[in-house]
Ligand binder design. Structure first.
Ligand SMILES: *Cc1c(COP(=O)(O)O)cnc(C)c1O
Length: 425
């Protein structure tokens, strides 16, 4: 059997209806922005392999660091043990994170990083309310989140994500969440009133700063988000910035929260954290949150951890990715891509058949005016196929077409992506 037939026989793919599934492309290798299939056809990875890859594929520097780490210490339980790559990474992240964070908690991926944040926030309030092991006072346990949000696929992360086709089968078993719309001039005051009504029961507010990724690359106003965050913080609600997608340069700054005055109490990171090479999640918190767990009472312990918490190979990859930010002028590339995106956007706005052309950092997005603005809009399949035929990999979210390339993409490659985009529409 060839690889595709073996895949058909034995493998189940994510976010994929297996019936009548288009044959997957068997990628034999990748380099920089390019993916190569078994016949050595190349495709430009215009979405950074589901938004994770920032320095390009098969980066030699990161590969070398992972290799050296694998020969030294591949993995160790992280309760009762520690290691250099995890401590170094924590120190380095705490120096660059937007806000005053004091501790790094490791997990496995984006979903676990938000799951940890939600549990941390709810237990923060529970710990406050715990008088002794028999007595509890009222605690805060509701989560506030944005409509159209996406925070991951595990149960807690799914609960705080908007109700959609992704979550439909599980509505009866998800946590209760208070959803508010992203702020605009017209709705911000009613939103504040709604929050004020429930404030005493809300443990935390989770948000994707400036751009809602899986919800359709929806970009929203930074000034109004700032105003809302300021209001929410005044109500002592813990602010959780989910920077899983926006972290590490995507929005033109290292973290999207740098565009805002009001800083979060908790930050979630993954995707670009290891340069897109290894799975790793990070949840950073403030000293105040951490202190609520430091106690003689064992019940106030944060009982959470994964087998691969702080995996040394992943931590080594993340340290290597940060090295690349320091050694190479990565932000020059990011700003260059943003300038080119802005120029393309101006061109796109002249065209019929598309709407809402928008740019933030290395992300460019717009909607095709055909069918409804929904994830299941089948135009995505048509565009994926058309672009692949022209050696570019795109993966629209329904009728939302976007690009989010690795920062090492060359001008020639980016121009090719643009040309294919224009041809497709
Ligand atoms: C992708 C994503 C997640 C989930 O991360 P996984 O690594 O896929 O579990 C969470 N939050 C945001 C904002 C994301 O974009």
């Amino acid at each position: 059997m060839n690889l595709i037939d073996r895949d058909r026989s034995f493998v189940w793919h994510p976010f994929t209806q297996q019936k009548n599934m288009i044959a997957p492309i068997a990628v034999a290798k990748a380099k920089g922005s390019l993916l190569f299939d078994e016949n050595n056809n190349s495709y430009i990875d215009a979405i950074s392999s589901w938004w994770v890859n920032i320095h390009g594929h098969a980066n030699e520097y990161i590969a070398q660091k992972i290799y050296e780490q694998a020969l030294t210490l591949e993995h160790i339980i992280f309760a009762g043990f520690t290691h250099e790559p995890a401590v170094t990474l924590a120190e380095r992240l705490l120096k660059i994170l937007p806000g005053s964070f004091s501790k790094i908690f490791y997990s496995d991926d984006g979903s676990t990083s938000t799951e940890v944040a939600i549990k941390m926030a709810i237990q923060y309030w529970w710990n406050q309310s715990l008088v002794n092991s028999e007595q509890l006072t009222v605690s805060r346990n509701k989560i506030l989140a944005f409509t159209n949000a996406y925070h991951g696929d595990t149960f807690g992360a799914m609960s705080v994500s908007d109700r959609s086709v992704f979550t439909l089968a599980f509505h009866d078993v998800l946590m209760e969440v208070i959803f508010i719309d992203t702020p605009d001039e017209a709705n911000i005051n009613p939103i504040k009133e709604e929050i004020a009504q429930h404030a005493d029961s809300i443990a935390a507010f989770i948000y994707e700063p400036l751009v809602q990724g899986a919800g359709g690359m929806k970009m929203y106003n930074a000034t109004l988000l700032d105003e809302l965050l300021h209001f929410i913080k005044e109500k002592n609600i813990i602010c959780i910035a989910d920077e899983v997608m926006t972290g590490f340069g995507r929005t033109g700054k290292m973290f999207a929260s740098e565009h805002l005055q009001t800083k979060p109490d908790i930050v979630c990171l993954s995707k670009g954290l290891t340069g897109g090479t290894m799975a790793l999640g990070v949840t950073a918190c403030t000293e105040n949150i951490y202190n609520a767990f430091v106690n003689d009472d064992a019940l106030k312990t944060f009982f959470h951890g994964h087998s691969f918490t702080a995996n040394p190979l992943s931590c080594a990859a993340a340290n290597a990715s940060l090295d690349l930010f320091e050694k190479n002028n990565v932000f020059e590339n990011i700003h260059h891509i943003e300038q080119k995106n802005i120029a393309l956007a101006q061109q796109l706005r002249q065209l019929n058949g598309i709407k809402n052309v928008r740019v933030l950092g290395t992300i460019l997005a717009f909607e095709i005016e055909q069918g409804d603005d929904v994830y299941l809009n089948s135009i995505s399949q048509t565009i994926i196929q058309k672009a692949l035929d022209k050696n570019v990999y795109l993966r629209p979210l329904g009728n939302t077409v976007y690009i989010m390339p690795p920062y090492c993409i060359t001008d020639e490659e980016l121009d090719k992506v643009y040309a294919v985009l224009l041809e497709c529409i």
